[in-house]
Ligand binder design. Sequence first.
Ligand SMILES: [Zn+2]
Length: 387
Amino acid sequence: MTALGRYLSGTRIGCADLPGEEAKLLYGPIINKLSKTLVGTMPEKLDVAIVHTMNRYSEISRIADRPVLIYDRYAGQLLNTLTRILYWSQDVRTSNRFFSKVFAEQAILAGDLTGGMAGALAHVQFQKFWNIRPAGSDARVSLRVRLQEVFIFAHEFAHAMMTASEEFQKSTRAIGDLLTEPRDGPKDRGAYKFFQERYPGRQTFKQWKQLGEAEDAFVTDHRELLRDEVGCDDFALHMTLVTCLSMDESPEYAFEAAFLALRNIRALAYIRRDANPASSKLPHQNTTEFRLLQVRQHRLRDAFRSVAAVYSIEKALDGFWAKLQDLSDLHDRQIDYPLLATTLSSFKRVRRQLMKDKAVSQVRDVFEVAEWLGWDPAAKSVNYVLL
Ligand SMILES: [Zn+2]
């Protein structure tokens, strides 16, 4: 086994065999585009390994003194399923089926087999409510999924590039600095009027203004971290837009995809946190992780403007902001609300009940749980494809 293979098998749980050719077909063209964009900056020593693991987590590691980007395609599968739920789910039990599976996997990874069992049993119960078509049955939905994958992949790739090339790091940070500069507004009554018209009675002007100020203070305190994240988001947005335009599609799809990718990753973070009994008990919205994602989303809107200017497609943003707000509301209704208000709280309850059950508290083997999730134990080892 190679050093990378040993590292992966020691840190991850594989959950499906990786079809090598398919991964090459999917990511090969993206890497080609990236190499063309980064001509002169692209370091020779940067490996990209595609894996498919329950961790649903990408990382940059150093193996045998070479930086390697480990990109987890199972995260892409999450973008796929959440997007189909977003547009097509008509019954909260449909989304519960998927959320419970992810909850079970994340609990297992956190070493909590009882939580894993709670999720797995719920998953089985909700099985019959699953009636969502494959993304491939609708060209618009499959385009939206594809572009989100490009965004997430390019974001991770940018992080890897930052560790491999000083020049790239400098330019990405410069953009990140610009996008995290303290802003003068919008804290005025005019901007509040827009908000109030859309969401009457949700916040008073004072509350609304205070939230804006709290975010500014948070940005100031976390600028070091944020500038890298926002800089990589900006790079990923360029790549998503280039991909979208090369397919002769409206640039709106690229902007939407970047926005949705961050919202979907946030949903995964909600589950990951609640599935781990060791997580802090703070409400989600008060943790640094969520506030970072929140700020990234807000600053993404500034990146839309600057990227649109670079490609001279400012007109694409006319009327786009209201559509983006509709999309955000749809995501609240279809994903975040059912996830936070029903699924996660009921799992915590089920977990408490199960802990009292002797048969369940004696579950000692991951595969006892995994069987309920329809997992193939033979896929336990982690395969990878090097691009
Ligand atoms: Zn990042």
